[in-house]
Write a protein that binds this ligand. Sequence first.
Ligand SMILES: Nc1ncnc2c1ncn2[C@@H]1O[C@H](COP(=O)(O)OP(=O)(O)O)[C@@H](O)[C@H]1O
Ligand SMILES: N[C@@H](CC(=O)OP(=O)(O)O)C(=O)O
Length: 440
Amino acid sequence: MKVLKFGGTSVGSVENMLNVKSIINDGAKKVVVLSAMSGTTNQLVAIASDIENNTANEAVDKINKLHETYFEVIDTLLQNESLNAETKAYVSEVFNFLVECTYKKSSELLNNQIVAQGELMSTFMFNSFLKQEGVSSVLLPALDFMKIDSFKEPDINYIKEHLEVVLNNAGPADIYITQGFICLDDSGAISNLQRGGSDYTATIIGAAIKAEEVQIWTDIDGMHNNDPRYVENTHPISDLSFDEAAELAYFGAKILHPQTVTPVRADSIPVRLKNTMNPEAHGTLISSKTSETGIKAIAAKDNITAIKIKSARMLQAHGFLKKVFEIFETYQTSIDMITTSEVAVSLTIDDDKNLDKILVELDKIASIEVDKNQSIVCLVGHTVVNHQDTFKLFQILQDVKIRMISYGGSNNNISLLIDSSDKINTLQKLNNYLFELVTL
Ligand SMILES: Nc1ncnc2c1ncn2[C@@H]1O[C@H](COP(=O)(O)OP(=O)(O)O)[C@@H](O)[C@H]1O
Ligand SMILES: N[C@@H](CC(=O)OP(=O)(O)O)C(=O)O
């Protein structure tokens, strides 16, 4: 069986939902994972933050506007009277619940309950639409099987066991629809897999049912060789290895949630990235195969903080780095890049929630310099570190101030740390000289 995930844009308009129907309606059994309609999760996050900031009136305004938009979509999508009424009743329950939330005290649980509503509504609406069109489908509630453990990792044994039961109880159908993104936490409370997490839901399900393939359907013809939001002349990449895709997703290629390939890699379950608006296009196939060498793609991750830790005590001493790492471990902050010299170590973090506490501890053992608003630009490709193009990098980027370089940590990745204000120029320059054959 295949698992097909459709993102926010794919279920974001009636026209795109028609495309989704024609893609999935081929008679083959499949699991279909849906995100919330595009824009909805952002609105739900904004509603939760209005509640946190005691601006409940603004939250209610947003809820009412969203309610109207959903009714308009339902009226265009569902001409069948009883399905139309049933779906409006479900959606109204959701919006009544959201209004009730505005009377409550803000908490993590309340936020999680609020942001979960987008996927609950999109799957209900789409399932009603399939019923109207005579397509055999069943709705599988993700909260009956999708769970994370105390480390926020998918509890794969629980998921396998429960998904099997849920699938057996669902009865015969061609299409099993479920919600992306949402899950239970280790205490059984509603939680989620972080923003963009529906991709991750799809590969977790893929691993749990040992799917033949996982397909991520989005609004672009696969993974491009550079970020199309900032760079002109980017092109889709036809094949990527799991390692290459993991590096690109982790280092900012928004098309994939950072953890997407992790669950399917061990069983070599291929992941195909496809375009809902152009299903004929090849897209990108992510598999265990490695192909040609050289720089294949570039991604950038923003909101990086660089910390330089300088201490005379580092000189010919051992155990200094251990102390540094222990501080980051205490505050559960992971380090992305690291470079060392005899007297200093520079490292980067993307989660600065505990930065102040970390700096207090570091200050006890060293002098510290902090630079915010940094970006990691990551160049990815099979054995990229040995490729001739790699040696041109300094020349191409001679007018960019490179703050750190990570080379050799993996054969597939070279990372550069730059000021975020240089990001677009850096990405475009690398694109021109590495992929567009502009000569130096
Ligand atoms: N390297 C890249 N290749 C393709 N798309 C990318 C890349 N980097 C960023 N993107 C952006 O990712 C978007 C698709 O991801 P996303 O918004 O999460 O889709 P969905 O809503 O379908 O989940 C594209 O429209 C594109 O702008
Ligand atoms: N609703 C979530 C889940 C998601 O994965 O969305 P998308 O597939 O549109 O990136 C979010 O907006 O983060």
